[in-house]
Design a binder for this molecule. Sequence first.
Ligand SMILES: [Zn+2]
Ligand SMILES: [Zn+2]
Length: 143
Amino acid sequence: MPPSCPRCRLPLRAEAGVDLCDQCGGVWFDRGELEAAIEAAPPQGAVPAARPEPAVRYLPCPRCTTLMNRKAYERISGVTLDHCNAHGVWLDAGELDRILAFEAGDGRERLAIKLTDEARLDRERQRDASQRWARIRAGLESY
Ligand SMILES: [Zn+2]
Ligand SMILES: [Zn+2]
């Protein structure tokens, strides 16, 4: 039985190694295929405007029909993927373009900056906490 679209329930059409839904424009990538597609993608132009996410709803995996997990793609890309740990990942229409634009543009750079900022904040928070602890100790010693 061919896999069917988790949104429209129509059979997906196999095309160039992925499975497409002609109705909603979603794409199913078997495990590892998305990474391969990103690797092979030609350079992208401008980032397509974010489309409103369809109503949040857990979708069934086209392969095993278990409800998929929702997971942000690299956190700042603005794309939320539906993925089945065992089988692969579902992208709604337009999400692949946004992922490719993220990968090709300055997305990686922005992510690195964000992670560096977060690490710095963490260190500052730890330092604050240890200074506070030192003050508490000093306070206790005066008794
Ligand atoms: Zn569909
Ligand atoms: Zn599955």
